[in-house]
Ligand binder design. Structure first.
Ligand code: MGD
Ligand code: MGD
Ligand code: MO
Length: 799
């Protein structure tokens, strides 16, 4: 194709990107956010405790904790903490003032900015307002709705990855005792492809490295990830490695400044002078979805050079004994690599053969290599195959299971990995269900339940009726906003367990409840005293977390306690005759699951008892209560890191798929848009947001101020369409159905992005992601490869 733009055309943008990331601007921003929270003293106290022993786990991201270092938080962790511990509250008066219809007209930013939720609320259809309800009545109401279902599979139990191990363990146990495996969760939209790919290839769905490995790696390949914004503590590891001679190689669709140059706020020289550390030794900008082709190209170079070496009587460049002892399907893989043409590789990756060769040479010069990746890899149609290509690359030279080398999917939410370990999984293994059934002395269901994709479809078709969300904001996070909203509006009951007001509270079918919970930073006092919760980071380290500030309201409950109360009122027969339950007889599926083995409320009084249940039922957690007393927590271990492959063949598997035909799931011959230029759009995060939570309207590292409806475009692409920078455009996506998916009034910003590709922020662009456009085998919305076309905007902005 003629559009490869690896030649780095100069960009004449009016938006000025900073020359480095981190440094003083990072500290200034941290202070600004702490002051704006209107609780500066409390927040400073909190920050000093973040990620420390006897402190709380930073709700910012899932990166691991360093053993040394004065401060264990980063700019964006500080924002998350300050955002949670604001002094602003949304109280009774607020809900009297605004009807739900009025709130619906406000922006996502405005909704959350109003402050913390402080009391349980129920929607009143007659007045269209939320009004106060007691905790007891809330729990009875949930039980009533659940009992009225024809089948337990009509309920959906969503989780967002911030929930603790204790809360999520109880939640899955409750859902399963109620009778379903419907556990849609945020990771279905996030790292699902990593779990699927790694499970198939190496027999475990988690990364194989620990934080310390970063100190020993010769090279770190960072694929499709923006750590400067989303995992700022990872920048310390990259900076340290770069300063010690490690080679960082970035593959990113955009030039992200933190991956170019980073100044540590903890280094006085870098803090106060223009000095910074060069992070990336080499930086490649593949086309969206082009990474599989790029890696295939690297392997092609490696195999060719290996043959050359052997012909010349030199030592082979691949690790033949590792492949022979540990792997299967190597020959099949070599055949597929040979059959892949350079033409296809260059066309699909958008990188030249010279660039790919350079990357392969760095790989060959390094004995210990870590590959990390995040959403730029996982949110495509062929993400599972791409991740398996990363695995293939690592297997070639035995870069799994040795110090300083391995696979590192960098998780998002701070406990999303722990949620999975605790059983938040719509397709649990038989062994897991057997263990849980034994624990509760009751047979639990084995049948696959719903992920996010299936849940939204089931709600749309009214096959599901009750939606309970343990955190998160499914209305804004899920794709195809209009469809998702319609799905939520079909609920007979929508229950949101949340800290702050968001869009998901406003999409109501018949009945709705908002149940306000404690945040991570707050003291969790139960009958047996102050409680600790536990979380698991991206390196499979499990540790305790304990809040240290007084809760914003005395009428909050912990997530764990809320889940325990819902379970108690739904499953314990002594509650069945509560006044709210009318005269309706208890359905058969509840009768049979009526259970006294679990004393839910006693568990909520003392979380050590929940950890005892976890110890009894999940192998890696024996002596759980004892284990978390160790400073820094304990390591769950990873069989693949020990060269034990839990695949059916007991080997690590080379995967041998051809490159995808198309990057997005549409045919470019599509009728109605034949004459339009089709772009591929990625939706990503700005520096001032946490997923659907918008902290502010700036994106400092990309030079954007006070604007969210921005569309990053290559200058030449814009000129071809006769657009100027700052012009407003409407973006329409292309899909096989007759639905119209369009967002309007996006301001063009010229950027260093491959031609044919576009980037804009999520969640604003979620209306463009077709519900059915999901990754192969992962069902993850393809939020990084949306086929779109552009038109001059019909929307006028008021300036
Ligand atoms: N401050 C902050 N921290 C966060 C979050 C947050 O919103 N704010 N969210 C948390 C969560 S849940 C998650 S999952 C993580 C997300 O962390 P990231 O994965 O870093 O998040 P995104 O902003 O989606 O960035 C995707 C990156 O991949 C690049 N990219 C996109 N498509 C491609 C591609 O096809 N190929 C390549 N090579 N690159 C591509 C983009 O240019 C961008 O740099 O962060 C977590 N941490
Ligand atoms: N287009 C597009 N869509 C995407 C993505 C993308 O890159 N592009 N990324 C996807 C990814 S990676 C993810 S993980 C999902 C995120 O999906 P979610 O996890 O569902 O969304 P969040 O925005 O993280 O949830 C924010 C809400 O969580 C609640 N909350 C905050 N703290 C707490 C707490 O401690 N307890 C409880 N109970 N509630 C709390 C607040 O009410 C807040 O409004 O979005 C996905 N959607
Ligand atoms: Mo995520």
């Amino acid at each position: 194709m003629s559009e490869n733009n690896h030649q780095n055309d100069p960009i004449s943008s009016m938006h000025k990107k900073p020359k480095k990331a981190g440094g003083i601007s990072s500290l200034t921003s941290t202070l600004k956010h702490i002051m704006q929270s209107q609780q500066p003293q409390t927040n400073v106290k909190s920050l000093l405790k973040a990620n420390k022993n006897k402190g709380f786990d930073c709700p910012g991201c899932a990166w691991g904790d360093e053993k040394e270092g004065l401060l264990q938080f980063c700019e964006n962790g500080a924002k998350a903490i300050a955002w949670e511990s604001t002094s602003k509250v949304v109280d009774q008066a607020f809900f009297e003032q605004y009807s739900v219809s009025e709130l619906m007209r406000q922006s996502d930013y405005w909704l959350e900015y109003q402050g913390r939720l402080t009391q349980p609320l129920r929607y009143n259809q007659e007045t269209d307002h939320y009004q106060a309800i007691s905790w007891q009545d809330s729990f009875a109401l949930i039980a009533k709705h659940l009992h009225q279902l024809d089948s337990p599979d009509q309920a959906e139990f969503y989780t967002s990855g911030r929930a603790s191990n204790e809360a999520s363990f109880l939640y899955q146990l409750f859902g399963r005792m109620f009778g379903t495996n419907n556990f849609p969760d945020c990771s279905n939209m996030c790292h699902e492809a990593s779990g699927v790919a790694l499970n198939e290839a190496i027999g475990v769905g988690k990364g194989t490295v620990v934080l310390e490995d970063f100190d020993h790696a010769d090279a770190i390949f960072v694929f499709g990830q923006n750590p400067g914004t989303n995992h700022p503590r990872m920048m310390n590891a990259l900076r340290k490695s770069a300063r010690n001679g490690g080679k960082i190689v970035s593959f990113n669709n955009l030039k992200e400044v933190a991956l170019e140059r980073f100044a540590s706020p903890q280094d006085p020289l870098e803090l106060l002078t223009p000095k910074a550390t060069t992070i990336s030794h080499a930086y490649f900008t593949p086309k969206l979805g082009g990474d599989m082709a790029a890696i295939r190209g690297m392997v092609k170079v490696i195999l060719a050079k290996n043959s050359e070496a052997i012909e010349q009587g030199k030592a082979p460049l691949i690790d033949e004994s590792f492949i022979a002892e540990h792997c299967k399907n190597f020959n099949e893989y070599c055949q597929v690599v040979n059959a892949t043409s350079w033409q296809k590789i260059v066309e699909q990756s958008g990188l030249s053969k010279a660039e790919i060769t350079q990357a392969a040479e760095i790989y060959l010069q390094s004995t210990k290599v870590i590959c990390t990746w995040a959403m730029g890899i996982t949110q495509h149609l062929h993400s599972v195959n791409t991740i398996q290509e990363i695995v293939n690359l690592q297997l070639l030279r035995g870069n799994i299971g040795k110090k300083g080398a391995g696979l590192c999917p960098v998780r998002g939410h701070s406990n999303v990995q722990g949620n999975r370990t605790m059983g938040i999984n719509e397709k649990p293994t038989k062994a897991f269900i057997d263990a849980m059934s034994e624990l509760v002395n009751q047979p639990l269901p084995y049948e696959k339940g719903h992920n996010v994709y299936h849940a939204i479809n089931a709600l749309l078709e009214k096959r599901s009726k009750v939606l309970i969300c343990l955190g998160g904001n499914i209305a804004a996070a899920a794709p195809d906003t209009h469809q998702t909203h319609a799905a939520l509006k079909n609920t007979t009951l929508n229950v949101q367990i949340s800290t702050k007001l968001n869009r998901s509270h406003l999409l109501i079918g018949q009945d709705a409840l908002i149940l306000p919970c404690l945040g991570r930073t707050e003291i969790d006092m139960q009958q047996s005293g102050e409680q600790q919760i536990t979380v698991e980071d991206t390196f499979s380290m499990v540790h305790a977390s304990q809040g240290n500030v007084a809760p914003i309201s005395t009428n909050l409950k912990s997530e764990t306690s809320i889940v325990a109360h819902i379970a108690d009122s739904t499953l314990n027969s002594r509650n069945f005759h509560n006044s709210l339950l009318d005269n309706k007889t208890t359905p058969k599926f509840i009768e049979s699951s009526k259970n006294t083995a679990i004393n839910w409320l006693a568990l909520a009084d003392d979380y050590t008892k929940i950890r005892e249940l976890i110890s009894q039922s999940i192998t890696e957690f024996s002596d759980f209560n004892q284990q978390i007393t160790q400073p820094g927590g304990f390591y769950l271990g990873n069989p693949a890191a020990e060269l034990t492959w839990r695949t059916p063949e007991n080997k690590a598997l080379f995967s041998y798929q051809a490159l995808p035909e198309n990057i997005h799931a549409i045919s470019t011959q599509q009728e109605p848009v034949k004459n339009q230029k089709i772009f591929t759009l990625q939706s990503l995060r700005s520096h001032d947001q946490y997923n659907t939570t918008i902290y502010g309207l700036n994106d400092r590292y990309r030079g954007i101020a006070n604007e969210r409806n921005v569309l990053f475009i290559h200058e030449k692409d814009a000129r071809k369409l006769k657009f100027e920078e700052n012009d407003l455009v409407d973006i329409t996506s292309i899909w096989h159905d007759d639905q119209s998916r369009c967002v309007k009034g996006f301001k063009l910003c010229f950027y260093d992005i491959p031609q044919g590709n576009l980037a804009a922020y999520y969640p604003e662009t979620n209306p463009l992601v077709p519900l059915d456009s999901v990754g192969d085998r992962s069902f993850t919305p393809t939020s990084k490869s949306i086929a779109v076309y552009l038109e001059k905007s019909t929307e006028q902005r008021i300036v």
